[in-house]
Design a binder for this molecule. Sequence first.
Ligand code: ZN
Length: 588
Amino acid sequence: MSSESKCSKPQCDKFTAINELAKRRGFFWSSFEIYGGSGGFVTYGPLGARLKQNVEAKLRDLFVKKIGIYEMESSVIAPGKVFQASGHVDHFKEPMVECQNCHTRFRADHLLEEKGITSAEAEKMALEEVAQEIERHGVVCSDCGGKFNEPQRYLTMFETTIGPYSGAVGYGRPEAAQNIFVEFNRLYTAARERLPFGVIQIGHALRNEISPRQGLIRLREFTIADLEFFFDPEEPCSYLLEEVEKEILPILLCETRLKECEDTTELTVREALDKKIILSEWQAFFMAMAKRLLVELGVPANKQRFIEKLTWEKAHYSSQSFDQEVLVDRWGWVEVSGHAYRTDYDLSCHMKASNVDMTVYKEYATPVEKEELVVKPIMAKLGPMYKGDAAKVAALLAEVPAKEMADAMQKHGSYMVGNYQVFPEQVDISKQKTIVRGTRFIPHVVEPSFGSDRLLYVALEYAYGIKDDRVILSFPRGIVPIQIGVYPLMNKDGLDIKAKEVQTLLTNEGFMTEYDETGSIGRRYARADEAGVQLGITIDYDTLNDSTVTIRDRDSWQQVRSPIKGLPEQLYKYFQEKLNFEQLGKKI
Ligand SMILES: [Zn+2]
């Protein structure tokens, strides 16, 4: 099934069709419906929860299993200090306007985007400009037609108190990265104090969006997968680069965007690095991996692009950023992952705010000889002058940079340390050679960050197709929520018993199966196609005689006949994409 197929009803776009199907078949729906609902919260039902786990399993496959990224899990609530240090309390804000009449609040930049102002332009605007543009375009409340108040910046983190103390402010994490940074020292120890290494956290995050109206695309509570990869900026080379060097990245460059053009430039990873379009090899590596991830989720390469963020669009921590976008039916290009080169920003912030050393030690290949000025107090001269305080003065002198003291002595004839005046004859300043074996530094970080819910949505949209007026969800084999449906042709004559036997055989081998005996076999196939069930195994009267079954392919509706003996092994290879459907048995 191609993703191009249109919904049969002309007025119904894919977003509507998918949301309707999702609700009906139990993929997902808006939460708290019995109380009228609450925007921006979603509940995943049986099929959706399974699909989401499979999407996240792909992330783990690609990053945790294949390249050895560590995984961690920490809390959603964090003390205020964490997000003050990270800069979120100051920066995690969106421009908001309120209707003077009905008091509904809107994201001001989104209102302007509806008037044809690009998100790039809207994000750049100061609040006064936002107000002018709203005035100029005559934007009014979409609910009642009222005028808006002056725009203000609204903090989109959920604020709470920790325990019964109103002073103990806490925040729901708006991303999962800060947990990784604040636990850096322990994670580094767990990584046996070696760079480079990466840590991923997949978990819930909270953003108190002003007016979420885009289903799974914009939620107030969602699942994020943040991967922080720590490396030595003096050794920025990715040893994994070779594997992805030839991968083509379609990039919408800043210079193109500034010309208000949407043409992407197709570059191999190697070219993008050579031309310094991507600054970090590790960043380029993860962008290539992100492209492959989306292909594995069913989004073809030509429906993906990377967009280079303009200076004013970048998050406050980032030195270079790209968004990975996927083309969707209703909104055009939608971000599914972000790729930021965060340098040493986060660890530096937390080091400063917590006073905990987060540097790492690097031994030089060959030790370096250094000449240093060293200060030694002469107690025989300090003693008579400072009596009981002499030891304290000596201790203070030990903390003073020798160069600074030597310069001051030369210039002023004395040096003030604390409240004590020290004279040249009271100290011995001499040059000393030392061998330096290594240095301490703060690791740099590149971050790929994925939104699970968006990944799930685009997987659904690209799986969605129509064949003979019927919906088929053609998920890739690797993420299909239910792998195999098992159906007795008739619900009698022992066919049902045999079918349950086959199902047990398959579930014991680890397959995700469902058993369905209700309705005609045709209706059962249709139900299964709509849920994306990859294969249907039908038990008929021949099965009772020759122990063979019919296997039906969801997408082509072709059928093969195959012996039950050896079936699990064959199916295992099929789901590993090592066998085609035709290789599963004899064509019928
Ligand atoms: Zn209004």
